[in-house]
Design a protein around this ligand. Sequence first.
Ligand code: ME8
Length: 518
Amino acid sequence: MSKAPFYITTPIYYVNDIPHIGHAYCTVVADVLARYHRLMGVPTLFLTGVDEHGQKVQAAAEKRGLDPKKHCDEMAENFRAIWKELNISNDIFFRTTDSFHKKAVQDCLSQLHDAGEIYTKEYEGWYAQADEIFYTEKDLVDGKAPTGTEVTKITEKNYFFKMSKYQERLISHIEKNPGFIEPSYRKNEVLGFLRQPLNDLCISRPKSRLSWGIELPFDRDYVTYVWFDALLNYATGVGLKQSGKTDEFKKWWNASPSPVMHLLGKDILTTHSVYWPTMLMALGLELPRTIYAHGWWLTQSNEKMSKSKGTVVKPLDVKNIIGVDALRYFLSRDVRLGNDSQFSIELVINRVNSELSNNFGNLLSRTCSLIAKYFGGQLPVVEKLSEKSEALKAVALSTHTKLEAHLASNELQEALGVVIDMLTNANQYLADREPWKMAKTDLPHAGETLTISLECVRIAAILLTPVMPTKCEELLKRLGGTSGAWSEASKFLALKPGTVIANEAPLFMRVELPKAEA
Ligand code: ME8
């Protein structure tokens, strides 16, 4: 039976700045999940991209003295280049300035306007430029936006989407679909928010105040509110309102059950779990299956990284110290998806040294060097498995099943943890059996130990390929070019005796903390 498709998205990032480690985090995790699905034979689509309209981007372009489109073109290239360096395998790189998107957004607006879902009224509100959000008086905390940013009072005529109309339907959808908002504690937060009356959504900005946006099809004096434009990317990216793309749209969006998983930071959960589903309801479209809010990387003083405070970490700086695969591993493994964590280079180096260099890498080096020394670099024959080998075999064979179960619940940290546990077991087995001593008195037993250990390395290499594609592919090459197919991870003793095993430099070098500049 063919597997149901999986469509994963990251937020489309504002092009007001270059990406920092928080953006890289979301993009790497989405990439890893996409690669796992592909490797398991699931038809997969992965979208990331950039959010180019709105006040923030217009202001950033003005600051650089550039025309907004030119600014966006340059910034979009920065994102693309950094994602390439991080080995991100996105199928779509979305840009909201692409003409097909602008046309599709206008078609959605016309549909809603014609259906009476959009109306106009004079509006007085508190506008937070940094958040690009209007707040009402009661939303304010100590005269500021709930996010802490400054607000100014504005009165103007605007267009509104009848979001409040969908409040009850949304509450019922969230309650009936436990996996819709994850982790589950975030679902409760959203339900808490929805206990208050929901306002309608202001979806226009007068051109007199903001010109950099998609013009409203029914009033040329206005552009579309950037969030209304941006959220639609997930659907226009797979064919919404585009002729000739009906099948594509049905496959990746409008299917039941939905193939869609949105991964995003907890900062933008409300826009994704309230604005977006109500927009989809009004448009008569399917809702995503999962909206997953991940946590934040914080500074040493427990604050969200901020460019203005000079506390951001650049992903390529970290990559230059530890390498791309180790960075991808750290981001996928170090924090439970959903939680916040402080970022420090010491944390990265400790994790990478202890789990990749000392555990995974060490098992590989010790096994390969002993096979080289005592078996001429060829995999020894195994006659019969001892009790300890059988026990390790059972651990190794259960690893992919446990990993798949964790992935099904989006527990990436835990999924990688089961592979590390298997490697720890294998290292312990090697230490207990001391094949370096055994080889001198009982060569067949030493051979058995080394082959069993190397099987664990082989299985780990397959199971970790989505996280560390380059290293794992290289490793599989060293093991006689053995297959990296997912089904091979559920086999034991898949490597044939006599296979030439390369004994090369350590796959994961130990990393030292860079010396502080004098
Ligand atoms: O909000 N830790 O774009 P954005 C972890 N354009 N993740 C972080 C982070 C941190 N310190 N800082 C940022 C926007 N992120 C809109 C989205 S989608 C239709 C429109 C990540 O450039 C996290 O995923 O501000 C967060 O949600 C996203 O970057 C926000 O990126």
